[in-house]
Design a protein around this ligand. Structure first.
Ligand SMILES: Cc1cc2nc3c(=O)[nH]c(=O)nc-3n(C[C@H](O)[C@H](O)[C@H](O)COP(=O)(O)OP(=O)(O)OC[C@H]3O[C@@H](n4cnc5c(N)ncnc54)[C@H](O)[C@@H]3O)c2cc1C
Length: 544
């Protein structure tokens, strides 16, 4: 079996793992980051994208609120390419707690979180989609963050400093000997091969799967899996982040994400992180609740739903996910008699840098290395890897060059063939970073599949181009396309009503007719609703 060796093996390519790879690399420590699928396959690719000002946590968790404020300020300064500094509003509607509204400003002040009261008239001038029934409004320093660009830029910087990354590398076993991890076995799902890694120290940054990884070493972490669903609107509805002014609950936040807005979320306890899926019930619940602050949310068109899992680390036995701290947990498995093993999990996207800093401090202490954290001062360089996730950039680039031969392959987001070629060249059409699907890798690193067609048209075009370039052969491209479309299909089935439902039928007919490709074999949720009721909903026009 092939054996790789490194100083630090990091398991998990989300914001925490990539952030840690960069932090350690800046300290001169060589790492190998392994990810079972591709960058941001876990919660880092399935969140709201809110760079918290901290205001959301002022009542429930002042420590988390302060962390968010500090980290938000650092990221705005050092990673501006990943941030849309939108600002935010907290708004209350009739029925929300008068006491909470009255206390909000002083609670923010206690955690030094900037917050200014504004009149409801001014709030509606700033954000015309707000309800005319709002009863209070505060302005805060929330922002939106592009989680894909963030992780890709972190990874690119780590790689430029000498660290390595392997995607499609699933950790399957940790071998313990003499009170430490002697080697780690991994499986490459693309080639079907097993290989192993020997490292001086192993960091488990596997997010919601951290408990599974720890269990491989015989260590136990008591995790609660809180699944949250989010809905993407076809257009951007507000300039700013909009929060409901109440104790954190479901359906509280609307975050602008480039050309769209993201609404959510929910908190449903599940027993397996691989079972997180958005459901029709959650989509309905989110819209029913959030329309009180913005009535347009009832009639707007949603293009997709998705879900992610928060790993909430339980100190004792708690079953209510909203009452468990959203802070992070750094565990030195010395406590389990495994000397060279550390777990970092929980926390927030907003605090990923701090999580990486604290983990790297512990890693250095355990390895006896004296090296300071640099990520508080050193700007995060923008990378070629992450640049094409920026909304609008591909369109501007295409218009700028005016090359009529540079065909547009994704019309919703204006992604041209030359941009796809640039991404292919950056990933490398062969080799470990290609992952099990080049199409999915391109989707993660660009806006392909993120617009209203949700891959329906661009998926086909990009696949054809991949065949032309020889990146896929035989049935491989069609299989990758099916997988790509099915993942999106799973995400828009919970929000299909009226016209979008009919358009989805057309898309399915195109795929079945042209490519003999059944999407999921059956219409998702048809079982739950009954095939007849799905047709009735389509016929009635549903919500629209
Ligand atoms: C619905 C929702 C909304 C959220 N909204 C926000 C928000 O607006 N703002 C904010 O600050 N935070 C938000 N968060 C929290 C934030 O998304 C997470 O804190 C953060 O993304 C966690 O990053 P991570 O790298 O620790 O974990 P993950 O991103 O989950 O990464 C773990 C990685 O480990 C990999 N892995 C697992 N098992 C293995 C294995 N055996 N071998 C190799 N790799 C493996 C996974 O594939 C995954 O890519 C939200 C979370 C959810 C669920």
């Amino acid at each position: 079996m092939k054996t790789l060796s490194t100083t630090v093996l990091i398991i998990g390519g989300g914001a925490t793992g990539t952030g840690l790879a960069r932090d350690l690399s800046l300290r001169g420590i060589r790492c190998l980051l392994v990810e079972k699928r591709d960058i941001n396959s876990g919660a880092s690719g399935a969140n709201h994208g809110l760079l918290h000002s901290g205001a959301r946590y002022v009542a429930s968790d002042s420590e988390a609120a302060i962390e968010c404020r500090e980290e938000g300020e650092i990221l705005k300064r050092l990673a501006p390419q990943c941030i849309d500094d939108t600002g935010g509003l907290f708004v209350a509607v009739p029925g929300d707690s008068e006491q909470y509204i009255a206390d909000f400003e002083s609670m923010c002040a206690r955690s030094a979180i900037p917050c200014s009261p504004i009149s409801t008239v001014e709030a509606r001038e700033l954000e015309p989609s707000l309800s005319d029934r709002i009863i209070a409004a505060y302005s805060v320093e929330d922002a939106a963050v592009d989680p894909f660009m963030l992780s890709l830029d972190n990874l690119a910087h780590a790689v430029s400093l000498g660290s390595e990354f392997r995607c499609n590398a699933r950790v399957t076993n940790l071998h313990i000997s003499n009170g430490g991890i002697e080697r780690v076995t991994l499986h490459d799902d693309t080639t079907g091969e097993d290989f192993q890694v020997e490292a001086e120290l192993v960091v488990n940054a596997a997010g919601a799967w951290a408990g599974n990884i720890a269990a491989m070493a015989g260590a136990r972490i008591n995790l609660l899996y809180s699944s949250g669903s989010l809905l993407i609107t076809q257009n951007r509805l507000t300039t700013r982040v909009i929060n409901r002014l109440r104790k954190p609950a479901d359906s509280d936040i609307l975050v602008p994400g480039g050309t769209v807005s993201v609404l959510g979320t929910t908190s449903v306890t599940i027993d397996d992180p691989d079972k997180s899926r958005p459901t029709v019930e959650e989509a309905d619940r989110i819209i029913d609740d959030a329309r009180a602050m913005m009535p347009i949310l009832e009639t707007t068109r949603y293009i997709r739903a998705y879900a992610g899992v928060r790993p909430l680390v339980l100190a004792g036995d708690s079953s209510d996910a909203r009452n468990v701290s959203r802070g992070f947990s750094l565990i030195d498995h010395e406590r389990d008699n495994i000397g060279n093993f550390v777990t970092i999990t929980g926390g927030k996207l907003t605090t990923y840098r701090l999580m990486a800093e604290k983990t790297a401090d512990l890693v250095c202490a355990k390895l006896g290395i004296n090296a300071r954290c640099a990520t508080r001062e050193v700007p995060l360089p923008a990378s070629t890897m992450g640049r094409w996730t920026e909304p609008g950039l591909t369109a501007k680039t295409w218009l700028g060059t005016r090359d009529v031969h540079d065909q547009i392959l994704c019309e919703c987001e204006m992604v041209s063939r030359s941009v796809i070629d640039n991404i292919i060249d950056t990933i490398g059409s062969e080799g470990p970073n290609r992952g099990d699907s080049m199409l999915t890798a391109i989707g993660l690193r660009s806006r392909v599949g993120k617009g209203p067609c949700q891959g329906g048209f661009c998926g086909l075009r990009v696949t054809s181009h991949l065949y032309d370039r020889g990146c896929v052969q035989s049935d491989q491209g069609v299989a990758e396309l099916k997988n790509f479309i099915e993942r999106r299909w799973r995400g828009f089935s919970p929000i299909l009503w009226g016209l979008p439902a009919m358009q989805a039928d057309l898309q399915e007919a195109l795929y079945c007719g042209m490519m003999d490709m059944e999407l999921c074999g059956q219409r998702p949720d048809a079982d739950a609703l009954g095939a007849d009721s799905m047709q009735e909903i389509s016929a009635l026009g549903g919500r629209e």
